[in-house]
Design a protein around this ligand. Structure first.
Ligand code: SF4
Ligand code: SF4
Length: 62
C-alpha cells in the first residue's frame, strides 16, 4: 500500500501529474490536483518526477 499526498500549498494546478499518471489516480479540481483513484496507483513514482513544485508524494507503507 502507499499513501498519496498532495501539498495543496505547493500545487499550482499544472496538471502534469494528471497527464503523466498511468493509473488515472489524479484529477484537477479547482486548479489543484486531487486523488480520485488511489487504488489504481502502482507506485511508479512518475508523478513525483514530473511535479516541478515538489507537491505530490507517494509514501510507501509497510
Ligand atoms: S504536477 Fe504537482 S503542481 Fe502540477 S498539478 Fe500535479 S501535484 Fe500539482
Ligand atoms: S506513483 Fe505512478 S501510478 Fe501512482 S499516482 Fe504517481 S504516477 Fe500515478
Amino acid at each position: 500500500m502507499a499513501e498519496i499526498i498532495i501539498d495543496e500549498k505547493k500545487c499550482n494546478g499544472c496538471g502534469a501529474c494528471v497527464d503523466a499518471c498511468p493509473g488515472d489516480v489524479y484529477e484537477l479540481r479547482e486548479n489543484k490536483a486531487v486523488v480520485v483513484n488511489p487504488d489504481a496507483c502502482h507506485h511508479c513514482h512518475t508523478c513525483e518526477e514530473v511535479c516541478e513544485q515538489d507537491a505530490c508524494h507517494i509514501v510507501e507503507e509497510e
